[in-house]
Design a protein around this ligand. Structure first.
Ligand code: FAD
Length: 858
């Protein structure tokens, strides 16, 4: 929102842990007209929060999620209700009983350390010393985070409600929202039966009822309510000495003293409740729930919608696994259990942010207790300031592609997310099903070349081509990559070296179809693009520019290429659905202004069309790219005819195309765009023309290595909204001769040296305030490949973390980019921790390949 009014009327649907936190965060920011509606009684509403055992394990592959968890733990620690704290930092132990899991715990320890959390891997004796039920001989080690712990969710809701009400908010119970009011694409209120609550902003914090509320708003909410088993045991004799008072039930404060346990190998977790244990299991079949079939709330009978009857057969295996890990449980039995309902999504992530379909309607769904306060803060920032300090791309509701919003897809993949919740997942591991949802027109040819496909956003993307294996025999010895083992060898092939070599020395075809592209057209196109980007857009037809889209505080919202293909026609190369939603919303506002209703900036109207699905793209790159393409076109491809960073509408092999002379791998060549219907003919024509030259098809593994060598940032991996352009090495894209763009005031402050952007990726605040910069590292031993998201040390001090990482085929050594203290300079020695090993590396001048850009200019 952020634009129309300073103190909006906000209605929050749902008084669970998320709604209550949001009300608290909004009122803290001076937003007092806040109404929280719940269909149930508050604080035990019958939603998931009502019986959540509240384990908070902060470690997460995502920096954002770790940040949200760390904030939740911090905030709830300071929250008290009737003398009890809402958080009990008993610490967390994640246990390994296999070598593979132990290695995974080292990797998770590295993630935690990279994100600024205190973490260490303990040996079995050290772990057993922290918990009386653990036996050293039954485990191989444990990941220990002293800051993990237990949130008392219902107590927190009470405390948050009291605080928010003291600042003017109202919480109304037993009010069921039955409709949403809206006008001209903007929400105006919610309906509860006959009553209407006027609102400028409505937030659905309705937990697993989210899809129903979304339906009222015309917004698809891709989550599935699934049951998860939770039991409490009878007294465990070995715990008798470990209580310092009667253990209270989950959700009402707790007196636990022992660390929470996770036994991911068996999909189990454990918490102390006095001298008994609470045990949660994900080891059962997925049990999707239909909202219409959930129990009615009945306090007297202990019935509530989020609580289904226990199915004992599903707990037989988990109970046996619990006994195997914790043999002292044999003196106890399962006293009671239930199948509790909460939300799962296709990628396991939360759904947060403004709906692309209805302005002023926000989602805060599929949020665990673990991240609840963090999400509450982030959504409050979105509402009050128009942006969050925390990068929210991984939670953004616009991240899903159209195919990923289909009912069948959501149902299948959300159940997978449940099954895999504790699995060891390689960052490149593709889902096995559903597949083949989006195929480029060249797919059949790629299959014929033995493509090894990975999946992203429903797209099948070749990673490398087995057809190129024979090239390995001719590869110069210095180009032969070191043999990889274990984790870094997965989803990797030496064939990528041959493809990289072909690109640097000859010519290769890259399928770029999956990259997002938008057509921005109309008399308002220049005005809109100049408003949203830092580049100069109003240049001659045929110009191409690289620019940033910034947040108001100067963080990098995205990076784009903008090609002017006609007076009022631009093609924008963007980073995904979030960019598309942003541009489309901005265009709607712009057009409203153009039509004079006072909501936009004026100027002519503009259309933003996502053309990704109806077009395709081939990158033809390499020193001999011109030899391949020139014979197929009348267009003069010489440096004079079509210089670097120029575009043309042309014909290649008789096919109408758009050609952009740009290269994400740093070589001579073009991105050639065509309609899908012409795609296969275009591929065949280029392939045929390149046959005598020895053209190869190259995959994304080579592509990624080549772009990293060239120092090209990947938005989302290297940079995001938490980073400013200069720290990210992208200051060149912010033109000094431009004004009137989003983020301009922040840029002026940065240029004057009076402020830095939000946090530059600091998660926990432990080292907040330190200026950081993105630096290039090369690995000293030239063979140890790292994967990214690894902590970087100077001496014993974790000082930063890696982002993009790959083996650099051209430079014959592994490369990693890393956020480090700004003071880290070229030649400085650092160490990257990979699993349990320190890998010495050196800060190196960048880009590593062709710093003068001669190759691009052919
Ligand atoms: P809810 O608490 O479900 O609140 C949503 C509210 O919206 C409800 O009160 C509902 O009444 C209201 N509502 C819905 N529709 C309407 C309507 N039309 N009108 C008015 N009100 C409406 N998470 C952890 O982090 N750690 C754990 O250890 C953990 N363990 C769990 C164990 C179990 C057995 C279960 C079931 C969940 C567990 N979770 C855990 C997950 C966690 O409980 C949930 O993710 C979290 O509580 C969701 O909070 P919420 O506020 O979004 O949803």
């Amino acid at each position: 929102m952020g634009s129309t009014t300073r103190s909006p009327r906000v209605v929050i649907i749902g008084a669970g842990i998320v709604g209550a936190n949001l009300a608290d965060e909004l009122t803290e920011r001076g937003c007092t007209d806040v109404t929280v509606l719940d269909q149930g009684p508050i604080p035990v509403t019958g939603g998931s929060t009502s019986h959540a055992p509240g384990l908070v394990f902060q470690t997460n592959p995502s920096r954002t999620m770790a940040t949200l968890a760390a904030y939740t733990a911090r905030k709830l620690s300071g929250l008290r209700w009737r003398g009890e704290s809402a958080y009990n930092a008993v610490g967390g132990l994640e246990l390994a009983t296999t070598e593979e899991r132990l290695a995974e715990l080292h990797r998770r320890c590295n993630l935690a350390t990279a994100w600024g959390l205190e973490a260490s891997v303990l040996d079995p004796e050290q772990a057993a010393a922290l918990h009386p039920l653990l036996h050293a001989e039954r485990i191989l080690g444990a990941l220990h985070l002293p800051g993990d712990g237990l949130a008392s969710s219902v107590l927190a809701v009470e405390a948050l409600r009291a605080r928010a009400e003291s600042r003017g908010a109202r919480f109304l119970e037993r009010v069921t929202v039955t409709g949403l009011e809206h006008d001209a694409g903007r929400v105006t209120g919610v309906r509860a039966g006959r009553e209407v609550f006027g609102a400028d902003v409505v937030v659905s914090a309705a937990g697993f009822w989210g899809p129903q509320i979304g339906e009222l708003a015309g917004t698809r909410v891709p989550l599935v309510p699934l049951a998860h088993q939770y039991v409490t045991t009878s007294e465990v004799p070995a715990l008798r000495g470990w209580t310092d008072g009667e253990g209270a039930a989950a959700g009402t404060g707790n007196t636990a003293r022992l660390p929470i346990l996770r036994h991911q190998g068996e999909d189990l977790y454990f918490r102390q409740i006095g001298s008994t244990l609470g045990i949660g299991s994900y080891a059962h079949r997925p049990m999707p729930a239909r909202i219409q079939e959930l129990p009615e709330y009945d306090a007297a009978a202990g019935a509530m919608p989020s609580k289904l009857p226990f199915t004992p057969a599903d707990f037989e295996g988990p109970w046996a696994a619990s006994l195997a890990l914790l043999p002292d449980l044999s003196g106890a039995h399962v006293r009671e259990g239930f199948n509790g309902i909460f939300s799962f999504t296709p990628d396991g992530g939360s759904l947060v942010g403004e709906s692309p379909e209805l302005r002023g309607f926000f989602l805060a769904e599929a949020v665990w207790v673990t991240h609840s306060a963090g999400v509450g803060r982030a959504v409050a920032e979105l509402i009050v300031d128009g942006q969050s300090h925390t990068d929210l791309r991984e939670l953004d509701v616009a991240r899903f592609e159209e195919v990923q919003l289909a009912g069948d897809y959501v149902l299948e993949t959300s159940q997978q997310a449940f099954v895999e919740v504790y699995d060891i997942k390689h960052p490149l591991e593709p889902r096995l099903s559903p597949r083949d949802l989006r195929l480029s027109p060249f797919h059949a040819r790629q299959v014929g070349l033995g493509a090894s496909f990975l999946e992203s956003g429903g797209w099948e993307r070749p990673h490398w081509f087995e057809a190129n294996r024979a090239l390995l025999e001719r590869l110069p010895p210095e180009w032969v990559p070191p043999r990889r083992e274990g984790w870094t060898a997965r989803y990797d092939s030496p064939v990528s070296a041959a493809e990289a070599h072909a690109t640097r020395t000859n010519v290769a075809l890259f399928d770029l179809t999956s990259l997002r592209r938008l057509e921005v057209s109309g008399p308002g196109a220049v005005g809109l693009l100049e408003r949203l980007t830092t580049g100069r857009v109003d240049r001659e037809v045929g110009s191409v520019g690289y620019a940033l889209m910034l947040t108001e505080s100067g963080g990098i919202r995205s990076d784009v290429t903008v090609a002017r293909l006609g007076q009022d026609v631009f093609q924008v190369g963007a980073n995904g659905g979030i960019d598309a939603a942003y541009l489309q919303q901005a265009a709607a506002d712009w057009n409203a202004g153009a039509r004079g209703d006072g909501r936009g900036d004026g100027g002519g109207e503009v259309q933003v069309e996502d053309i990704t699905d109806r077009t395709c793209c081939i990158g033809v790159w390499g020193p001999r790219a011109r030899d391949l393409v020139q014979p197929l076109t009348q267009l003069d491809l010489s440096d004079d005819g079509l210089p670097y960073f120029r575009a043309a509408v042309a014909s290649v092999a008789g096919i109408g195309v758009r050609m952009l002379r740009v290269s994400y791998v740093g070589e001579l060549g073009w991105e050639i765009y065509a309609d899908n219907d012409d795609g296969l003919a275009l591929w065949d024509a280029l392939w045929e023309a390149g046959r005598d030259l020895g053209v190869v098809a190259a995959g994304r593994a080579a592509f990624n290595s080549l772009r990293i060598e060239k120092g090209y940032r990947a938005w989302g991996t290297d940079v995001d909204t938490e980073h400013d352009p200069w720290a990210a090495g992208l200051g060149f894209a912010v033109r000094k001769d431009r004004s009137g763009y989003v983020g301009e005031e922040a840029v002026a402050r940065m240029r004057a040296g009076t402020s830095a952007v939000a946090s530059s990726g600091e998660p926990t605040g432990s080292r907040a305030g330190r200026r950081r910069a993105l630096r290039c590292l090369t690995v000293d031993d030239a063979v140890s490949v790292v994967m990214g998201s690894d902590p970087v040390f100077v001496g014993d001090d974790p000082v930063g973390y890696t982002t993009s990482a790959a083996y650099g085929y051209t430079v014959h050594r592994p490369i990693a980019y890393a956020w480090l203290p700004e003071s880290a300079g070229v030649g400085d020695a650092v160490q990257i921790r990979s699993f349990d090993r320190m890998v010495p590396a050196t800060v190196t001048a960048e880009p590593l390949v062709d710093p003068e850009g001669k190759r691009l200019r052919g």
